[in-house]
Ligand binder design. Structure first.
Ligand SMILES: Cc1cc2nc3c(=O)[nH]c(=O)nc-3n(C[C@H](O)[C@H](O)[C@H](O)COP(=O)(O)OP(=O)(O)OC[C@H]3O[C@@H](n4cnc5c(N)ncnc54)[C@H](O)[C@@H]3O)c2cc1C
Length: 460
């Protein structure tokens, strides 16, 4: 909902500002007049070219600002994972608007072929520095458009490219934005700059360009990065290839602290870069190291190429850079709603932190917490090392947390229909596999009033 509102607001404001500069009578005259001149067609094409171009660059500027991980954007949008969802949809919207912009440009050939050039408006005056740069700006825009489409396609078609090479390629986005900002500066009519639209686009282009330069300089999140070290590391359960590892990190005194349910970007290895992991301990629950450093826990499952061998490479004392904390997955809700938590596999990590925060003697941060019902979906309860920790945490939680285990090995699968029997409106907190999350989300839009809060484990 917030994503739709944010996108609608940006597009709406740009459209209103464009309406104020649109020539009176646009769209009112016939597309082709009695003399056979396609004046109306040409005029519509020109305005479509402007509007789609403005939408596209405006949404790209928004996507770049969102990629800066600004902490003050988390609150209105509901957490950094939601900021990234908006970033993704702004990128998709920018690509769709760019396709429409390209279509409007290409339509010139069809109009000429059908009715000729008669009625085609003359080129409008542009900013004086760019008077002779029309051809260059058009070519630059066209090439940047093709690259933009290719980058958006590999982002969405996740099978085409693994995460790591994709992340490297995605770093070219700020460069594309700068190219398209130059294209806009050089081709936007001079008359637009004197209107409120000029102020709006100038602000968007300047903000987007600053964000692009900030990203290219590698400064995103640097102010929130803290150098710590590994205090302890061990494999959980049978220590087999599927077993998660537990890493306890010691952080410097200037670590700002975290709230239960938050995550951080963690870098164990400079060459590999950062990975997001939930902080699977409540604030203060692990105390401090002998040197007085605050401790926090990560539980990492071998889900991919890097995490599969991580357990063998981590050593006590090794440096770890932790950027954060981020996120607003706090497991709370309105008192008139039932609190239902659903965890799948390693998606249980934020709930481990929330449960620790409910243990006797924990810091009193959960003042407005209510009783909750945790549904934990596991592949095989007999071999699940996290279940042994989960049971006592639920048994001692205050306010209480009821635990229901859904063991896939016994054919027990949680379905949205099962939650229907609970009755009453729900506050549903979900972290786990995409498929189950999508099924619950689809259901929460149905006839039952479910407010779904979802920690997305995918940032792409
Ligand atoms: C907010 C959040 C919290 C998470 N918390 C945990 C946790 O507590 N425990 C846990 O085991 N896993 C957690 N994950 C998932 C974890 O980040 C990925 O499993 C891990 O990064 C996979 O890396 P890989 O190179 O081994 O896998 P790959 O095979 O390279 O990638 C598998 C998938 O992991 C994701 N991924 C890979 N690298 C990154 C990256 N640098 N940044 C973002 N996503 C990436 C991509 O979606 C990719 O498709 C969390 C993810 C997010 C977004």
């Amino acid at each position: 909902m917030r994503i739709k509102v944010a996108l609608g607001t940006v597009l709406g404001v740009i459209t209103l500002a464009w309406l104020a500069v649109m020539p009176a009578g646009t769209g009112m005259q016939p597309l082709v007049d009695a003399q056979g001149a396609a004046t109306g067609c040409w005029q519509l094409r020109q305005q479509a070219l402007y509007l789609t171009g403005l939408w596209s660059i405006g949404l790209m500027a928004l996507a770049l600002v969102l990629a800066l991980r600004l902490p003050w954007l988390e609150r209105p949008l509901g957490g950094l994972d939601q900021v990234y969802r908006l970033h993704k949809w702004a990128g998709i919207g920018a690509a769709l608007a760019a396709i429409a912009h390209w279509g409007a440009k290409e339509s010139s050939g069809w109009i000429k072929a059908l009715w000729g050039r008669a009625g085609k408006p003359v080129h409008e005056a542009v900013l004086p520095w760019f008077t002779d740069a029309r051809g260059f700006a058009k070519d630059l825009g066209e090439w940047a458009f093709y690259l933009l489409l290719a980058l958006v396609a590999v982002t969405l078609l996740t099978r085409l490219l693994a995460y790591r090479p994709w992340r490297l390629l995605h770093r070219a986005m700020p460069l594309l934005f700068l190219a398209l900002a130059l294209h806009t500066l050089a081709l936007m009519p001079l008359a637009f700059w004197a209107a409120p639209l000029g102020l709006l686009m100038g602000t968007l282009l300047a903000t987007g360009s600053l964000a692009a330069l900030w990203s290219l300089a590698g400064r995103v999140g640097r102010a929130r990065s803290h150098a710590g070290r590994i205090h302890a590391v061990r494999a959980l359960g049978d220590g087999g290839p599927q077993a998660p590892i537990e890493v306890v990190c010691a952080l410097p005194a200037h670590w700002p602290g975290h709230c239960a349910g938050q995550f951080a970007f963690v870098r164990f290895d400079r060459a590999e870069g950062q990975h997001p992991f939930t902080i699977a301990s409540a604030p203060g629950s692990l105390g401090t190291s002998e040197a007085g450093e605050p401790l926090l826990r990560l539980v990492i499952k071998p889900l991919g190429d890097y995490t599969r061998t991580l357990g063998q490479r981590l050593r006590v004392g090794q440096r770890v850079d932790i950027e954060g904390p981020y996120g607003r997955f706090d497991g709370r809700g309105r008192p008139d709603r039932l609190q239902v938590w659903v965890a799948g596999g390693v998606g249980v990590t934020p709930f481990l932190a929330l449960l620790e925060a409910r243990q006797p003697g924990a810091a009193p941060a959960q003042a407005c917490a209510q009783p909750a019902h945790l549904h934990y979906c596991t592949r095989d309860a007999t071999r699940d090392p996290l279940l042994a920790r989960l049971r006592p945490l639920c048994a001692q939680a205050q306010p209480p947390v009821r635990l229901s285990v859904h063991d896939a090995a016994l054919g027990q699968r949680l379905t949205p229909q099962a939650l229907e029997d609970l009755g009453g409106p729900l506050d549903l907190w979900f972290c786990g596999p995409q498929g189950l999350g999508d099924a619950l989300a689809a259901h929460s839009r149905g006839p039952r009033v479910w407010r779904m809060h979802r920690e997305s484990f995918a940032l792409r």
